[in-house]
Design a protein around this ligand. Sequence first.
Ligand code: ACO
Length: 427
Amino acid sequence: MAGTAEIILDGKTYQYPTIEGTEGEKAIDIAKLRDETGYITIDSGYKNTGATKSAITFLDGELGILHYRGYSIEDLAEKANFLEVAYLLIYGELPTTEQYSKFEHDIRTHTIVNEDMRRIFNGFPVNAHPMGVMSSLVSAMSGFYPDSYDDKAPDRTETHIIRLLAKFPTLATWCYKKSHGHPINYPKNSLDYCSNFLHMMFSLPVEDYHVDPIVSAALNKLLILHADHEQNCSTSTVRLVGSSKANIYSSISAGISALWGPLHGGANQEVIEMLEEIKADGGDVMKFVNKAKDKNSGFRLMGFGHRVYKNFDPRARIIKKAADDILGKLGVNDPVLEIAKGLEEAALHDDYFVSRKLYPNVDFYSGIIYRALGIPTNMFTVMFALGRLPGWIAQWKEMRANKEPIGRPRQIYTGATDRPFVPMAER
Ligand code: ACO
């Protein structure tokens, strides 16, 4: 219900409307604050700043709730497939059979990548991090589809969306193949989305490859869990870049770069590296818990803590259970799973973590599953990006449809005040 907030500044009272979302989230609309008062708000890290109104994803950090377009993450992870969820996020409703068939068919028939992109790709060193490569290649796609940035060309956004969803898996598998010195595989369009990805990743010209349905189902679930998460760092980046009317490829490329950071999606790689370090060190989890508590160590428990979830991350709960199931079904015995559980147990009983409401996040157990599926550590964040792609697309599309203004925060200047220029010889 709309109301009014009163703000008293320099002895004068100002009134601003409050707004409420469909799930009861409340905000003060301060759009006129600076014009009327001369003040701006300052909120480092945007901890209390709503950048937009969005109808895509709802999350309640206190209650550990996550919904895509009103459907619970638990239901979707259990019952849907990834492309169905992608359609839901991008177009707002679960697809009918006809809508799904067309969407899936369109994606299947756009999987191949222009051969000239290979020339760009070939220029990267073999040990280049795949996130840097992916960000570059997705940005390069704009060059192959110049109508994406030509204001006078007919609007082809829908085709660009299909291209992104279809070609991203192909590009991602190039990174893996190159790092292994193996020939790249062309997509096989008779396969479904997850199976095609696994085929391009793991099949070799010298032997038959059959997609393991357990692996494909696990991948499907992980991608759904990552598919959107409202205004996180990478999604906000996509919206901010897109708000300047930058094309969809450049905007998503910027999102990939933001996701790469170890405080965001890059944490999934860091988690496995941390667990390996604990294992190599003898497996004493308390030693690492204590190190994380020591502010001088510069060390954090990777995969722990979240800006919004202050109770539990519902995705982490699903992934933890899935890790047990999938490793069990595949007959994989990964010692780091036990180390991860021990670390979680120790942290959840430690006052430092309890008092700061630090719980395992989505990245804590996902790497263990990816590893069991045969995906190497440096590809983990690319897997996250593959899952997040429909969310970025949906958010970019919504931002454009709502005709949001260019994103341009203000600042409080703290530098030197006006001073005369001093010629170099006199300095
Ligand atoms: N280990 C140890 N201490 C931590 C951790 C951690 N993982 N996370 C937060 N803290 C501490 C901070 O030192 C701070 O302590 P203080 O109050 O004594 O100064 C307090 O908890 C609050 O931390 P902030 O950094 O202020 O919380 P913020 O909301 O800004 O950061 C973040 C959230 C970045 C996720 C943080 O918890 C973190 O760095 N976690 C590890 C990296 C990680 O797993 N990132 C993935 C997040 S999920 C995602 O992006 C997909």
